[in-house]
Write a protein of this length. Structure first.
Ligand code: BGC
Length: 743
């Protein structure tokens, strides 16, 4: 008898009818019962309520139904089930941007492993994470789900996360492949991008993640790239992903993505999710008319079977629905503290050292934003506010002020409409800051030792942020100005905490605060984690994964963001009516610090920046050779010369020589490492291995990665603009690396 696991994959495929094969290529439909989930599509029969989707079983051949759930900040399932009082919560970890800010691959691997544990214990086979599109522009609505503006940092973080997740026997889905950097018109957006930028920036992180972590699945994206839906593009899904990079897993569509089902199947998009009856009909018709050959169907089904073989469900894993949430909470807190970035700390006002009570201003001091919205959100059991975190850390908080804020928040929340369906999935309008009476601010300044002002921002699926969201609004600016004046006139400090999912403008107002901490959206343990840093329990060691520009217009992408409308609506699945648009990535490779550094633009804070309560030196830079043959090892000594124990991140940038006017960035991140916790006076030697690819750029005219001959400068820094040591080496002759799939 033919059965999966006992017979070869080929035999199992051969034992199926054509109808059975086609059925396996689409999922069962979308869930309508997940709290906060969309109410579109058909109801699937749910083994895990609130999961994003599942595949069909074929019992006669021993093929199980696989369950897939989001997402990048934690396992997204419904906490409540009909007829049960039990709650099924998963941990809301910090957002991906915060995890990237840790620059700590071992930590991110641990976090991935905790996600894997929770997913497995809830009966999930594939977690729809990590997401690693590039932070091309600060207004990207899903930037919080993604790691960084730099592809090496993104790719390394994704790879670490996948290794951790899959170590638990649960599959990852690296998404959204590729160039899904913005949300507006996402179902139809045509991204016009040149081959060099595609290779060096947008594909690069995926290439690293595929090669270094072998994810079980890759999710193709909604958008088109140069006129073709990625889910229908054989060059991307088969020639680059599989033939060039050696990927042997499954490719799944994003939910309802693309238009031409037969083209998706042919291109190597193995599984269509969440799956519709129409897709099944279309595939059947394409096969009958000869427009689609059965060999493509067989290949895709075989990929699904290989995935099934690895799955916990196939192994009949007896999940208990009782993951170890206590351990996850500890890790959520620890990882959050490690990714907080201290941007400024004048006169060492931080950490607070028990000097008296603290006045907390801003709605989000009492209602911290744990994460963004949409599929990247988690149905968490709780979220610790900053007030709770500080009090738990032993600090005193102004309770009168707190009471005023609480009353404001309660009454404003009561007025908010109850959202259902897609609206519940999208960001809510923020609660405006209340206008505080002058007397209240003055009294608070009299009786407290310092002020903490929290500024919050949220965003999520379907929409990018507005330009106004990048700036503080009038209410926030007025609050900031008044609190700053009141406290500073009494020689008391004011600290600002940015509770954000993406970059905001800081240059125009940062002089009004003494310290500035980017706490990102730090997950359900956020209040504890921010308090750990403010109170000095943990020395901040996060470094920016994005540049903080002076103004949005300092970035080239500002010129034509979010693109132009070009025609009539073409969306297939009927969820949101959209107008198709296209966006030309005129900035090419000049994204983030690559542009800002090379063209000497002033920035508020550069890529890689972040202060510590300690100080570090980087000395004794040593190269294994002055001439590059096949690889090179660099090492540097990092020493803690400060008074607190702390961690430093050594960032290795390369300046490559150019030939024939082929422009290259003045710095490109090629390696990085974080030290262990160094006590005052302690040091650690970090080393980095560079390969030929680390010297190369993509030359589109040759269709290859090329490392030009000449002198290279290797720079080790504490940020992309704080280079502490550099050394030169030579490449004797130009080297062309073959094997890239043609454009
Ligand atoms: C998102 C994906 C997500 C999927 C399933 C889509 O709307 O773009 O990131 O994994 O839904 O929820």
């Amino acid at each position: 008898m033919t059965r999966l696991g006992q017979s070869s994959i080929e035999d199992v495929v051969a034992a199926m009818t054509l109808e059975e094969k086609v059925r396996l290529l689409r999922g069962k439909g979308v869930s309508i019962s997940g709290e906060g989930g969309p109410t579109v599509g058909v109801k699937m029969d749910e083994r895990v309520p609130g999961a994003a989707g599942s595949t069909f079983a074929l019992e006669r051949l021993g093929i199980p139904s696989l369950v897939m759930a989001d997402g990048p900040a934690g396992v997204r399932i419904a906490p409540q089930r009909e007829g049960s009082d039990v709650r099924f919560h998963a941990t809301a970890f910090p957002i991906a941007t915060l995890l990237a800010s840790t620059w700590d691959q071992a930590l991110v691997e641990d976090v991935g492993s905790a996600f894997g544990h929770e997913a497995k214990e809830y009966g999930i086979d594939v977690l729809l994470a990590p997401a690693l599109n590039l932070h091309r522009f600060p207004l990207g609505g899903r930037n919080f789900e993604y790691y960084a503006e730099d592809p090496l940092l993104s790719g390394k973080m994704a790879a670490a996360f996948v290794r951790g997740l899959q170590s638990q026997g649960v599959g990852a889905s690296i998404k959204h492949f590729v160039a899904n950097n913005h949300e507006w018109n996402r179902f139809a957006m045509d991204v016009k991008v040149d081959e060099r930028a595609l290779r060096e920036l947008y594909l690069r992180g995926f290439e690293i993640a595929v090669k270094e972590s072998q994810p079980w699945t890759v999710m193709s994206s909604y958008n088109k790239v140069n006129g073709e839906y990625t889910s229908e593009c054989a060059r991307l899904l088969t020639r680059i992903l599989r033939e060039e990079w050696g990927y042997d897993g499954l490719v799944v569509t994003d939910w309802f993505a693309g238009q031409d089902v037969a083209a998706q199947v042919r291109a190597g998009n193995d599984l269509l999710m969440p799956g519709t009856d129409a897709e099944e009909t279309e595939i059947g018709e394409a096969l009958a008319s000869g427009a689609l050959e059965e060999a493509s169907v067989d290949r895709n089904v075989a990929n699904l079977l290989r995935l099934a073989l690895k799955s916990p469900t196939f192994a009949a894993y007896a999940y208990g629905e009782r993951p170890d949430l206590a351990s996850s909470a500890v890790l959520a807190r620890r990882s959050a503290t490690e990714g907080m970035v201290l941007l400024k700390n004048d006169a060492g006002v931080l950490p607070f050292a028990g000097q008296g009570s603290l006045a907390l201003f801003g709605n989000h001091a009492y209602d911290l934003i744990a994460g963004g919205t949409g599929s990247g959100d988690v149905n968490k059991a709780y979220s610790v506010s900053l007030r709770e975190g500080l009090e738990a850390g032993g600090a005193k908080v102004d309770t009168d002020l707190a009471a005023q804020y609480q009353a404001h928040l309660d009454s404003e929340k009561a007025k908010q409409p109850k959202l259902t369906g897609l609206a519940a999935f999208m960001p809510k309008s923020p609660i405006v800051e209340m206008t505080l009476a002058s007397e209240l601010i003055e009294t608070a300044a009299d009786r407290n030792a310092a002020a903490i002002l929290v500024i919050g921002r949220t965003s999520g699926e379907f929409a990018d942020r507005e330009a106004s969201d990048f700036l503080l609004d009038n209410g926030e600016l007025s609050l900031l100005g008044r609190v700053s004046r009141a406290f500073r006139s009494r020689r008391k400090p004011i600290v600002c905490v940015l509770n954000i999912g993406g970059v905001v403008e800081v240059a125009s107002w940062r002089d009004k605060v003494d310290a500035l901490l980017v706490a990102w959206q730090p997950g359900q343990e956020g209040g504890h984690a921010v308090a750990d840093v403010l109170l000095g329990e943990v020395n901040p060691s996060g470094r920016l994964p994005d540049s903080f520009p002076m103004m949005l217009s300092d970035l080239l992408a500002a010129e034509n963001f979010p693109g132009v409308a070009t025609g009539e609506a073409t969306m297939r699945a009927g969820a949101v009516p959209v107008t198709p648009s296209e966006i030309e990535y005129r900035d090419g490779i000049w994204v983030g610090y690559r542009y800002l550094n090379t063209f000497d633009k002033e920035v508020a804070y550069p890529f890689g920046h972040g202060l510590s309560y300690a100080e570090f030196t980087m000395t004794d830079l040593d190269l294994s050779s002055e001439s590059f043959e096949d690889e090179l090892v660099a090492s540097v000594k990092v020493a803690n010369t400060g008074a607190h124990a702390g961690k430093e991140v050594a960032q290795v940038y390369i300046s490559a020589p150019s030939s024939d006017g082929f422009e290259k960035p003045s710095e490109e991140l090629r390696a990085f490492a974080k030290t262990r916790l160094l006590s005052p006076g302690e040091s650690q030697v970090l080393s980095f291995r560079l390969t030929l690819r680390d010297l190369a750029s993509f030359d589109a005219t040759r269709g290859s990665w090329v490392a030009d001959s000449g002198t290279y400068v290797l720079k080790v820094g504490a940020s992309s603009r704080d280079i502490r040591a550099s050394a030169r080496f030579r490449l004797a002759s130009t080297r062309v690396i073959g094997g890239a799939a043609k454009a």
